[in-house]
Design a protein around this ligand. Structure first.
Ligand code: GRF
Length: 204
């Protein structure tokens, strides 16, 4: 069977990307990480890719005359990678509807809250200011609405008295590092099936 190819899109630190690299290296996701795509030439994720010998594709938003030109370049890079899965792991731009449509079913996002609660930026700050007792992370397929598509896995963490956005983010982050590789392993194993909004996981 052909080894599945996983491409990661990241804009910053890339710690979720690192979690994927490590899980692949440990053999927990039987796949290859075929490329890092970033919109940020200064992303630390680039270092992580180079250390792991993963090709880097920089599609810097600022070097294109328009959003359309940027999206066209990004789409080409993504198509050329011919990945089975494209993971948005801290990719800080909203993908255009053309890309979302083209890669439908192969685009996955990780969000640091229990969707549908607290979509968008500063999820941990939103969770704290709402006063929830439990938060966590969500791995989901991407659809045409932001932070919205069918949910593959969620992991919960407690919100503790005295938490700040940073302490909560740390706890959520540990959950993210576990949830994203786990979700990818299930998909690569062919155990994930989407029925409308629902994701069925075979053998559960
Ligand atoms: C993570 O919290 C992820 O859930 C969110 O952006 C953050 C990225 O962090 N989408 P990193 O770049 O993986 O370190």
């Amino acid at each position: 069977m052909k080894t599945k190819r996983i491409a990661v899109l990241a804009s910053g630190r890339g710690s979720n990307f690192q979690a994927v690299i490590d899980a692949v290296a440990r053999g927990e996701i039987p796949a290859t990480c075929c490329g890092l795509v970033t919109d940020n030439p200064d992303a630390y994720a680039i270092e992580r890719a180079r250390t792991a010998g993963i090709p880097v594709y920089i599609v810097a938003y600022g070097s294109y005359p328009s959003k359309e030109a940027y999206e066209t370049a990004l789409r080409r890079v993504m198509e050329d990678l011919a990945a089975d899965l494209y993971i948005l792991a801290g990719y800080m731009r909203i993908l255009g509807s053309g890309i979302v449509k083209l890669f439908h079913g192969r685009l996955i996002n990780i969000h640091p809250a229990l969707l549908p609660a607290f979509p968008g930026l500063h999820a941990q700050r939103q969770a704290l200011s709402y006063g929830v007792r439990v938060s966590g992370c969500t791995v989901h397929f991407v659809d045409d609405q932001y932070d919205h598509g069918p949910i593959i896995l969620q992991r919960t963490v407690p919100v503790l008295d005295g938490d700040t956005a940073e302490t909560l983010a740390h706890r959520v982050f540990d959950a993210e590092c576990e949830a994203l590789p786990a979700a990818l392993a299930l998909i690569v194993a062919g155990r994930v099936h989407v029925e409308g909004r629902h994701v069925r996981i075979a053998g559960r």
